[in-house]
Structure formats: C-alpha cells, structure tokens
Design a binder for this molecule. Structure first.
Ligand SMILES: C[S@@+](CC[C@H](N)C(=O)[O-])C[C@H]1O[C@@H](n2cnc3c(N)ncnc32)[C@H](O)[C@@H]1O
Length: 274
C-alpha cells in the first residue's frame, strides 16, 4: 500500500505557490519579532497571547504565508518553521553554539547531504540538530554525551525539530574512543579537545575534517599545539566570527545597541596520512 504523504500540499494561489497546512503540519505563528509561536494544530487547540487568542485547529486548510486574525483583531502570519526557528525554541541546559558560528562550521567542515559525522558533547543538541539538518536524508550524526540527563533533553529538542531519524545518541565518554570508522567529519565542543586529537584521527577518513569549538584562548592554544604535535593534520586554521544584527525599523536602520561579542574560537584541520 502507498504510504500517505502527510506533508503540506503545494497550491498555486494568485500566482503564489502556497503550501496548505494540514493536521500534521507545524506552523510558526508570527505576530512580531517578540511574538513567534511554534504550534501543531493536532496538539495545541488554542494559542493564547497578549495580542489575542487563536484557535489553532482553524489553521488546518489555511496556507503558509497567509495570515489569520487573533480574537483582538491582530494579524498573525502563518510561516513554515525553519531549522533556526526550531533551534530558537530549544530547551538549553548547557552553553550552546550560536547561529553566527553554526553556519560557518557547517560550511568549513565540508559536510553535505549523506555525510556521516561524529560529535561530542551533545549538550542541548543545537549543533547536533544543525548537523542532522544538513546531512539528511541519507547521512547520520553520531553524538556522544557523558550526562544521561542532557541526552534526554537534547533528544526531545531534536524530536521537536523532526530530525530524530538522522541522529544516534550515545551515552559515552568520547575519551574512550569513537565506535564509528571512516567518518567524514568530527566535531568537538567539550572542555578538553586537545586530549582527543588521536581519537578523532582514528575515526576520520583520510582528508576528513576535524572541527573544534572552544570558548577560551588557553583552550585554543592547547588545541592548536596538540594538532601540530600530532602530525596527522594539515590546513590547521583558527577563527572567531563576528556578526552584527541590524534594526530594520524604517528611519532607524543601524546596528543593534547590544550584540553577542564573544562565543568561542573555531579550529578546523584536515586529516592526512602520517
Ligand atoms: C558546551 S556543551 C555542548 C553544547 C552543544 N554543542 C550544543 O550546541 O548544544 C559540552 C557538552 O560536552 C559534554 N562532555 C564533556 N566531556 C565529555 C566527554 N569526554 N565525552 C562526551 N561528552 C562530554 C558535557 O556534558 C556537555 O554536555
């Protein structure tokens, strides 16, 4: 029997291709920058906001890109959630990797759809979700985490983003070794990555990329030294990224007063044969 396609159905409406929202769809209800709500018509029948109430079941049959009026007559736009919308709503129980670094990490690591990657530690699952999003549908993320309670929270975050099929969670100290072999990329966001250079080397394919994220210069220095001493890595590069958010209000277009000044340093290196 053919499996029922539960995705929203595309529709041509007034020259716009619009997807119809069904009972399995997820919707980002956007009122303004401070009022964005992720809802599932099946799960949450009513959305109560300080700008009025929306009967979520009534969204079924409406289209992404369209709007509804709240009980207080305020426009609420119906958007299809993106990976960044989901991550914004993740429960955070650890320090996480920020959007300004996530995009650059994905780009420089060279991963793409079908890549097999290893990551430690899972933490809140922000990097896990990002990697899973880009390796799907045929790739996999193997993520290692020592704290069982963190895995449970990361799992529920990843499930919320609909990416659970692409992630294998491992409650294991990565210092004991990586079970997977010939992987395309390895990512470390944990306190002592310089102790794990040989662990990454063994798991990586020749030419594969190791990415290390560390918040302090002391950790950056130790990581670079360890990579240089190992001799099995070349193209060792270190970065920090700066990203400025702008106000987009007409007449006030300028950088925001407050910004994320520092998150961490990112090191990339490529495995070669010794
Ligand atoms: C900063 S958090 C990672 C955050 C994650 N990258 C994210 O974006 O949500 C670091 C995590 O590494 C875990 N960790 C520390 N040492 C580890 C080890 N040796 N093996 C596996 N996990 C480890 C910690 O428990 C913590 O959850």
């Amino acid at each position: 029997m053919m499996k029922k396609d539960t995705r929203a159905e595309p529709l041509n409406s007034g020259g716009h291709v619009m997807e119809v929202i069904n009972e399995n769809s997820e919707v980002l209800v956007y009122i303004d920058e401070h009022r964005k709500f992720l809802v599932k018509p099946r799960v949450k029948p009513k959305l109560e906001t300080d700008r009025g109430i929306i009967n979520v079941e009534d969204l079924i049959g409406k289209k992404y890109g369209d709007f509804v009026l709240t009980s207080l007559n305020v426009k609420a736009y119906l958007l299809k959630p993106s990976i960044s919308d989901y991550i914004e709503k993740f429960r955070r129980i650890t320090q996480v990797i920020y959007p300004k670094d996530l995009g650059f990490i994905v780009f420089k690591s060279g991963i793409s759809s079908g890549s097999i990657v290893v990551e430690a530690g899972t933490g809140s699952g922000v990097l896990t979700a990002t990697l899973a999003y880009y390796v799907r549908p045929n790739g996999k993320v193997y993520t290692y985490e020592v704290r069982k309670e963190f895995i449970e929270i990361a799992k529920s975050n990843i499930k919320m983003a609909g990416l659970e099929k692409y992630v294998v969670f491992k409650n294991k100290n990565i210092e004991e070794g990586i079970d997977e072999e010939s992987v395309d990329a390895v990512f470390f966001d944990l306190p002592m990555p310089w102790r794990l250079v040989e662990v990454a080397y063994k798991a990586l394919k020749a030419s594969g990329t190791l990415t290390i994220f560390v918040p302090t210069m002391e950790q950056l220095l130790k990581s670079i030294n360890s990579l240089r001493q190992h001799k099995g890595f070349v193209n060792i590069e270190a970065y920090d990224t700066l990203l400025r958010l702008y106000k987009t209000v007409p007449g006030e277009i300028r950088p925001m007063t407050w910004t994320v000044a520092h998150t961490g340093y990112i090191v990339f290196a490529r495995k070669v044969v010794i």
